[in-house]
Write a protein that binds this ligand. Sequence first.
Ligand code: SAM
Length: 224
Amino acid sequence: MKREIKTTSDGSKTLYINELNENYHSHHGALQEAKHVFIDNGLNLIKDCDINILELGFGTGLNVLVSIDEFLKTDKNHKIHYFTLEKYPINIDEVTELNYGSLFSKNEMSEIFLKIHNAHWSKKTEIWPNFFLTKYQADFFELKNLDLPKIDLVYFDCFGARVQPDLWEKPLFELVADTMKSGGLLTTYSSKGSVRRILTALNFKVEKKSGPPGKREMINAIKN
Ligand SMILES: C[S@@+](CC[C@H](N)C(=O)[O-])C[C@H]1O[C@@H](n2cnc3c(N)ncnc32)[C@H](O)[C@@H]1O
């Protein structure tokens, strides 16, 4: 499907799929949404120890980039292993136009953004000492076939249920839950009641958090 680049309210860009009328990020601000949902209500709740992160899906690579930016603020002595799945990778012209490295004050972020995109599929790549990325070009339902370590933190960042309802139902959450450690955290921008009920039924402790600008609530779920 054809994608176009749009600028969101915080000045950061996103991709938009016309046929689905769906953005990759909130039009209120791609960068501020990524930081709020996945860093403030995700990585920063468990940082500074060795962790395994699983992301659904990789998309523009913005969540990887904000995670590295956060990691670079630490002593960098712990290891982050970041695993991400994507079925429909974006192309290099889109990567160049998104230009996410320019959103950060550190000079090296543009180089890091390219390194993230140039990393080979299915190959563990050290993007920065102690920050390892493995991207899989795969359908989310292939999760069970991947040889992943137990996951501490899930970034559940699928397109909305309006366009991909099957990704917000029990079968996928069950697969994701199976990858996670007990005590692991799943964070998502969604606040759907059906998602909360599914996660509760899968033995997660579900918390509603305040959402990023433009969205009242979001979900954090801790696996029991
Ligand atoms: C909301 S976007 C992800 C945004 C991304 N985290 C970022 O920072 O740009 C959802 C992503 O899921 C991908 N996707 C959709 N259906 C998929 C599927 N069945 N399996 C794997 N990836 C899928 C889309 O191509 C898109 O890149």
